[in-house]
Design a protein around this ligand. Sequence first.
Ligand code: HPA
Length: 270
Amino acid sequence: MMQKIQDAVAYIKNKIGAEPVAGIVLGSGLGNFAEEINVEQEIAYGDIPHFPVSTVEGHKGKLIYGELGGKKIIAMAGRFHFYEGYPIQDIVFPIRVMKYLGIKTLFLSNAAGGTNPSFKVGDLMIIKDHISFFTPNPLVGKNVDELGPRFPDMSEPYSLSLIQKAKKIAAEAQIDIKEGVYVAVTGPTFETKAEYKFVNMMGADAVGMSTVQENITAVHMGLPVFAVSVITDLGMTEGNHTITHQEVLEAARAAEPRLTHIFKTLIAQL
Ligand code: HPA
């Protein structure tokens, strides 16, 4: 594992300038976020040693290095999901690589189904905690002690100080921001009505197919995480409500400028 990380890090370091201070993972429909970045280098996943290659529509599959909020950052345009069939270790490999490229904070974004009845399509939700019982844990297997401990503490998976700062940034920009618990599922099916109801009963506000594995991997390495869900559909809506991937992408695109403002301002404050 360490050798694979070192191979990928060496390849990327050779192509970029100063160490990035933050890593960003762009979720479904959030690829245009990249337009805010002063791009200095783009590296296709397929060119990076040991990187898996992304297959889903709306995921571009490249690493972007450049400047955002006056800081050097590295962004993943396109992430890897369990439902695509990758082994869990491959899904989180880029997070480990970004850590060894020097990032000090990880920013995660995703599209998620809202199960909190007060949510609207297009809302942003800061993830304050998560439930990962339904997806494989990326740390299963022999622990790599160089990366982190066998039994990581998960009492603050999302940095409380970053959450406080983000709420202030949102308030100052008059951006309505929610806060909630995200539950991860494998997908690729969206949830049944009974499943959405169960998510809500469990104490979660949103459900999605990513993020928690990346979060666990970062926490394992002692890397602070800030994460936001874009609520792209509402699971608790009464009546016959269908969801398409297209609707998810459109809702995410519409919310993108607000998400970008928060990430960018937070990065400027790092
Ligand atoms: N469920 C799971 N994942 C999702 C959803 C959803 O409703 N919306 C966007 N990603």
